[in-house]
Design a protein around this ligand. Sequence first.
Ligand code: HEM
Ligand SMILES: CC(C)=CCC/C(C)=C/CC/C(C)=C/COP(=O)(O)OP(=O)(O)O
Length: 299
Amino acid sequence: MTTASRPTLQDYLKLCKLKVVALIMLTAIVGMFMSVPGLPPMDLVIFGSIGIALASSSAAVFNHVVDQRIDNIMGRTKDRPMPKGKVNTKQAIIFGVIVGIIGIGTLVVFVNLLTAILTFFALIGYAVIYTMYLKRATPQNIVIGGAAGAAPPILGWTAITNSVDVGALLLFLIVFIWTPPHFWALAIHRHEEYAKVDVPMLPVTHGIPFTRLQILLYTIILVIVTIVPYLIGMCGLVYLTGAIVLGGGFLYYAIQMLRRPENSKLPMKTFGYSINYLMALFVILLVDHYFPLHLNQLV
Ligand code: HEM
Ligand SMILES: CC(C)=CCC/C(C)=C/CC/C(C)=C/COP(=O)(O)OP(=O)(O)O
């Protein structure tokens, strides 16, 4: 679409999906702090955060470019800057490329090559592999594409240690397993819109009851996976308590969705809960890391 007036800063910022990037950054920064016993070097924390945030924003910009036609049709997305004609394709691509180059460049120059390469893969994974291919190809799109969105804890970890460790992989796994229930709850609510634009999201291809069941199964796996950091001694009782309470809440929503299919508000409540869940879980990881409590201290 073409635009008569110049895009505003706000238009460009909307293309970056800042709220999503904010949660992504929380997972990345917690990855940084979890990677070492004490405090990580602050220059790496700052440059690593800038680089990962800019690369994620760049990926989000390309997602808007590729999806502008379907975004224009779906009610949830039709007011975005590109369908509204506020930013045209050329402006968005130039913006996305500049932000991406500064992001990856920051990681190459001030952090380390491993983090820069992995972040670049995550950027391509979301902007190209998920958005251009998987999203339109298979109902497993977000399961596979979720690997890009789950990468930030690894990116944060490697920014500090220059290596991928078991802890980093576990944090990745938590976000990876969290993604399907996070997204499918919203996809149930919006299934008619996805059908309208021929995007094969699970509720469209396999029906809503099957999707509700998948949400519950993934949530059960999520609760199990979130207990592993305690079992391997990576976290203490503060984290374990938080993971169980938060996981219990998620299970409650998932079970309610199965038992009360007539309640049309539940899917979006579950979606909202998923975001608060991940935010709280990662904050608790951090609290536990610096203020640990272990069983032998209690007995
Ligand atoms: C393939 C993986 C993912 C898919 C398909 C997905 C899908 C979505 C969708 C469709 C929305 C709704 C946006 C809107 O309201 O317009 C959303 C919102 C959100 N997602 Fe995800 N998501 C994914 C991964 C992630 C990850 C990894 C994070 C962070 C760690 C995340 C955090 C959020 C947040 C914070 C929101 C709320 C944004 C807002 O209120 O504007 N998502 N997600
Ligand atoms: C470098 C790095 C870590 C990159 C990953 C960054 C990133 C922004 C991941 C977010 C995942 C997400 C919001 C997917 C939704 O896309 P969608 O097209 O299904 O949703 P939409 O319809 O709301 O656009």
